[in-house]
Design a protein around this ligand. Structure first.
Ligand SMILES: [Zn+2]
Length: 219
């Protein structure tokens, strides 16, 4: 499916929501009302970039903890295709990258069948919008090579790592990755297992560094 097709598949009716999409209250035409935005800001993390433990990732950047309003926003984008929520996420994710230098931005890809089922890839759209906001070049560096059950359904930490093992491969030639500082984009991270596994082919291809940005971290 082409990128344009993916963008078109998001229904037009959701582009101009009249009420707050999170609480359903009056919002003055904004997708999220001031009260919900205030609650979201209450989920701000103390540090936006932190070093993950036992990971090949150099850092994970995230504006928020995955809780209440943050979870609503992620679900409204991911499962209801509400573009305005994705745009909000991309804006907040770009803000925490302020001053950081990357050569290339790439999404954690969905498996092709999952993307078809959903009609769009939320991580691809986030990567494109963050690229537009930050000026970092976007490339589709990775493909998902097999179906993996959703991480959210797996409670055990070690099983989450096993679930995504070898699930990603390079989508470009290794010389397009070599010596580059790469930023991976995903919506949410819990154990960091998916991000770490997605970083593997990039590290193996000789990336100078691989970091990640997500909208919210859970757990
Ligand atoms: Zn609201």
């Amino acid at each position: 499916m082409s990128l344009m097709e993916q963008l078109i598949r998001i229904p037009l009716s959701v582009l101009t929501p009249p009420v707050c999409q999170v609480c359903g209250g009056r919002s003055g035409g904004k997708p999220v009302c001031d009260s919900c935005l205030e609650k979201l800001e209450g989920l701000r993390l103390p540090v936006s970039g932190f070093e993950p433990i036992n990971s090949v990732l150099e850092a994970i950047y995230a504006p928020y903890r995955f809780d209440s309003v943050a979870a609503d926003i992620v679900h409204l984008f991911k499962y209801s295709g509400l573009k305005s929520m994705g745009k909000l996420m991309a804006r907040k994710m770009s803000e925490v990258l302020d001053g950081e230098r990357f050569d290339c931005i790439a999404e954690v890809p969905l498996f092709a069948a999952r993307r078809r089922e959903r009609g769009f890839s939320q991580t691809l759209l986030l990567a494109i919008w963050i690229s537009e906001l930050s000026g970092i070049k976007h490339r589709r560096l990775l493909v998902r090579t097999r179906y993996t059950p959703p991480q959210a359904r797996i409670k055990d930490h070690s099983r989450r790592f096993a679930n995504v093992k070898n699930a990603f491969a390079l989508n470009v030639s290794p010389n397009e990755v070599e010596n580059r500082r790469i930023l991976l984009v995903d919506d949410v991270s819990t154990t960091g297992a998916t991000l770490n596994e997605a970083a593997m082919p990039l590290v193996e291809a000789g990336a100078a560094s691989v970091s990640a940005v997500v909208f919210a971290v859970a757990g």
